[in-house]
Design a binder for this molecule. Structure first.
Ligand SMILES: [Zn+2]
Length: 187
């Protein structure tokens, strides 16, 4: 493993903005799809069945004609022996897939959907442009589906295939507002 990365992974140093360690920052989460306005309040998942119209819950979002579910985008870290940067993000689905996923979610049988096309509904890094085409791979009970970028010329597809270099990861974290010099240079 890259020695600098190994040191970062076990460092107790904390980010200035949020108090997280580097290891904790390897798991970031977007609380809503980019198009979903900030004034839509996050509710319990039951609200998606109980309410009509626009709704945002922990794992589902219905906004106008758009349908979203929570999904994970994993970027492997280069030279890390399997460490990953995990982004809790959102996938945009067609209405049929959304309804089918919702039906299966309560029964914990979403894995039976296999792999379905979806769009990444959060720009990564933020403000980086148009939605990206993905495959959404279902995983076993209790785990969020995982997104695999299917546009082979997209920067994220390259990072998923070849892994993220430490410098690239630090840039990415910086784009999410994390003040990492305190983590990187003091240790
Ligand atoms: Zn921070």
């Amino acid at each position: 493993m890259d020695a600098h990365l190994a040191r970062m992974l076990t460092s107790a140093r904390q980010c200035r903005c949020c108090g997280a360690t580097f290891a904790q920052l390897l798991s970031l989460s977007c609380d809503r799809p980019d198009v979903c306005p900030d004034d839509l309040v996050v509710q319990d998942n039951s609200a998606v069945l109980e309410e009509r119209g626009d709704v945002l819950t922990e794992d589902f979002c219905r906004y106008g004609k758009l349908r979203f579910v929570r999904a994970v985008l994993a970027l492997p870290l280069a030279d890390s022996r399997g460490a990953e940067f995990l982004l809790g993000t959102w996938a945009s689905l067609n209405e049929d897939d959304f309804d089918a996923y919702l039906d299966l979610f309560d029964m914990r049988e979403t894995e039976s959907m296999g792999s379905r096309p979806a769009w990444l509904a959060n720009a990564i890094p933020p403000e980086s442009g148009a939605p990206v085409a993905c495959m959404r791979h279902m995983r076993p009970e209790g785990e969020y589906p995982e997104l695999q970028v299917s546009e082979s010329n997209n920067a994220l597809a390259r990072l998923q295939q070849t892994g993220v270099q430490l410098e690239e990861l630090l840039e990415l974290l910086y784009a999410y507002g994390h003040d990492l010099p305190s983590l990187v240079y003091d240790s």
